[in-house]
Design a binder for this molecule. Structure first.
Ligand code: 15L
Length: 288
């Protein structure tokens, strides 16, 4: 059985993937946030923006599913550290440790400025819709470089939105069910001829904006279609985002930040020393 490292394993996508891949692989998991490993899993807490951590977690694995990072549009500092430095470290650590295969979770936001009326395939030029999208393009470029220069086998999944069910109108076009995610990841791990591939991480949605023929060529046969949820989703849809409505990336194209579903513990931890320092100063003041 192969040993697979999943970075960012505590996040939503990681949690769905762990459940779907349980028993099929030895799963090594890493994240900044704590996680309780299940049977067949090993967890190592790691900050991928630190090269020593990246080298430690990538030792002795057959493939890496790199999900770790800042997962929405937000401040440059967080994106720089997790998605630029962290992504570089994961690729470079993999190379140093002789790991041949990397699956990278890039995003629909690497091409989010394409209009919704256009169908795009894996060959289109990049059109990132924000700093987050740019960081995903950086990851794609790292994949290209490490495939060409070091012969690494790289599988880039431009993921839409992973959820048990689509949550709004935009997501009807980019939804990826957990079981289709697992199928795509399994192809990325197992396909013998992967050198450098870009695929869209989406189910077979009737309203899709993607020509996902490259994934189909590699054997991907998604089983889910968001259309069965369409009536329910559209009935709840709140109109009122005329700019977002034009583009595939939606609100990412015009907001500076999207609520972060997984705030980094470091941000919370950073407050602690400050609180402690304030308390100390208060104590000193009392003594005087
Ligand atoms: C992404 O790339 C994000 O990681 C995810 O949190 C969602 O916001 C998704 O895109 C989306 O576009 O819905």
């Amino acid at each position: 059985m192969k040993t697979i490292l999943i970075t960012g394993a505590s996040g939503d996508v990681g949690t769905h993937l762990r459940r779907e891949l349980a028993g099929k692989y030895h799963l090594r998991l890493s994240d900044l946030r704590p996680l309780k490993p299940a049977k067949g899993e090993k967890f190592a807490r790691a900050d991928i923006s630190n090269m020593a951590d990246a080298v430690r977690i990538t030792k002795g694995v057959d493939a890496i599913v790199h999900l770790g990072g800042y997962s929405v549009e937000g401040p440059w500092e967080g994106i720089l550290s997790a998605n630029i430095i962290g992504c570089y470290n994961v690729f470079e650590a993999a190379r140093r440790n002789g790991v041949k295969r990397i699956l990278f979770a890039t995003s629909n936001h690497a091409v989010g400025f394409y209009p919704r009326k256009q169908t795009i395939d894996h060959r289109v030029a990049i059109k990132p819709d924000g700093r987050y999208g740019v960081s995903k393009v950086f990851g794609e470029a790292m994949g290209s470089l490490y495939a060409d220069k070091y012969g690494m086998q790289v599988f880039l999944m431009r993921i839409g939105n992973v959820n048990p069910a689509p949550i709004d109108k935009r997501r009807l076009s980019i939804w990826l069910s957990p079981r289709d995610l697992a199928q795509l990841v399994t192809i990325g791990i197992e396909h013998p001829a992967i050198r450098f591939e870009i695929v869209y991480g989406v189910s077979k949605n009737t309203r899709s904006w993607y020509d996902n023929s490259n994934a189909y060529r590699l054997g991907y046969k998604p089983v889910d279609d968001s259309e069965i949820y369409a009536a329910e989703v559209l009935a709840k849809e709140k109109p009122g985002d005329p700019i977002g409505e034009l583009y595939q990336g939606g609100a990412f194209t015009h907001v500076e930040a999207v609520p972060n579903p997984a705030p980094l513990p470091r941000a919370k931890a950073a407050k602690k020393p400050v609180k402690r320092a304030v308390k100390k100063t208060a104590k000193k003041a009392k003594k005087k």
